[in-house]
Design a protein around this ligand. Structure first.
Ligand SMILES: *Cc1c(COP(=O)(O)O)cnc(C)c1O
Length: 429
């Protein structure tokens, strides 16, 4: 594996420290390590079996710089709205697009056809009629996949879109009706099935069994209804372990198992599409928030940071603590005593006026001072993208995009890179 220009954690801390020194206001920023993103995706695409294609589900983070970084190294993008189609086309006019999501409007389907999406993942029998109708009005045909809402066999992930009653896809038991209808409609071509069923699955064995089940069902339908499948879209849903960051989804074990599943179904000869969001961008993103205050209320310590759930809603949404490290800052500008705790248990709160603005609860810290910076990791997916940015009208965070030898972004100084900081420390991979 290559690590070209990627920041180690130590280097990221030094980067934040030097950026902090250049500005007067309390520090609050998202930082994206672009070499790390490239290395990670390179590792995924080179380890996937040759029949597989890796798409990036942009709703996890549709930041333009990330899309530009990813466009040359993924097979395409998965989108769920016309807005997302336009974001993709703004960075790449030809890259393959998969268009999914429930409740597609006529405008969106027209836009998808005009923007030449590769496949539309159809979510209901009504939508099948609508796509066919719009395609016929335009005098064209559209390649589609039917999105299946499985009755079972979905791993026990954090969020389930299938295997339980939800608004997504077509009930497995109604797929035969949808296939017959699709075959009878003149302006759509059925190319296979779409099975996105979960989010944040950490179980590589369960994920491979799920792919196996997708093959089994699709083969039965192909045989029973006499048509040719080209694509099996097994969705995204590979997770990040936010509670134990040393213990992540075992990708190489998943590759071993996936190869065995593919060998078992080698007669099928289909392209297997993955459309991962979280697993692709989560690890390249960091959120740095300066500690503004530390206090004790009702016997418990709280630290309050510049920032909070309006920038990073994920921990509040999932009622969990988000992993972070402390970057100690020595400078203290005031002539009065600096709030400080040692060997204490602390809850990290944001600056919003709601008790729900919690980033991490009951965390043991060796030492924490006002003015230190908390560096949250694994925030590149479903961080800023899902947050309510303007609640309370606090300033937005700055953005820094880290390359091997430059940093660009919205912060006060852009050419902040200090080369000596970015030479790998001894023993750092
Ligand atoms: C959100 C979504 C994805 C990506 O899910 P992750 O859990 O981020 O991998 C893929 N496909 C569809 C249809 C989605 O809605």
């Amino acid at each position: 594996m290559e690590f070209i220009g990627e920041c180690s954690f130590f280097m990221m801390e030094n980067t934040v420290k030097s950026l902090r020194m250049e500005q007067k206001k309390p520090f609050c920023a998202y930082l994206y390590d672009l070499p790390k993103l490239r290395n990670h995706v390179h590792q995924l695409t080179t380890s996937l079996p040759s029949v597989s294609r890796l798409f990036y589900a942009i709703k996890a983070n549709s930041d333009e710089t990330l899309l530009r970084t990813l466009a040359p190294i993924v097979h395409g993008f998965e989108v769920a709205s016309l807005g997302e189609i336009e974001k993709v086309r703004a960075v790449d006019k030809d890259i393959p697009i998969l268009f999914g999501g429930p409740g597609k409007t006529q405008d969106e389907i027209e836009g998808a056809i005009d923007h030449k999406v590769t496949l539309i993942n159809v979510e209901s029998v009504h939508e099948l009629q609508l796509v066919n109708y719009i395609a016929s009005q335009k005098g064209t045909t559209v390649d589609i996949l039917l999105r299946v809402n499985l009755r079972s066999s979905v791993p026990n992930a954090r969020l389930k879109m299938a295997g339980v009653p939800t608004q997504f896809g077509i009930d497995e038991v109604n797929i035969p009706i949808a296939i017959l209808l699709a075959k009878s409609l003149l302006n759509i071509t059925l190319r296979g099935f779409h099975f996105h069923a979960m989010s944040n699955n950490l179980d590589s064995k369960g994920h491979a069994e799920f792919v196996d089940r997708c093959f089994e069902l699709s083969k039965t339908w192909e045989e029973n209804f006499d048509f040719d499948i080209f694509y099996l879209n097994v969705g995204g849903g590979i997770g990040i372990n936010y509670q134990d960051i040393e213990n992540q989804f075992n990708w190489m074990d998943f590759m071993d198992r996936l190869n065995r599943v593919l060998a078992k179904h080698k007669d099928a000869n289909w392209e297997v599409l993955f459309e991962c969001g979280r697993y692709i961008t989560s690890s390249c993103g960091y959120y740095a928030a300066e500690v503004l205050d530390i206090k004790q209320n009702h016997g418990e310590y709280f630290c309050v940071v510049r920032g909070g759930s309006h920038h990073l809603r994920l921990p509040a949404a999932w009622k969990q603590s988000h992993p972070f490290t402390i970057i100690p800052i020595e400078k203290w500008p005031y002539p009065f005593i600096r709030p400080k705790i040692n060997e204490a248990v602390v809850t990290v709160a944001g600056e919003l006026c709601t008790p729900n603005d919690i980033l991490a609860r009951d965390i043991n810290v060796p030492s924490l001072k006002a003015g230190d910076i908390l560096l949250f990791s694994y925030v590149g997916a479903y961080g800023w993208a899902i947050s309510h940015h303007d609640f309370l009208s606090h300033p937005h965070p700055d953005y820094y995009y880290i390359e091997a030898d430059t940093i660009s972004g919205s912060g006060s100084k852009m050419e902040a890179s200090n080369k000596s900081d970015r030479t790998p420390a001894a023993g750092v991979p």
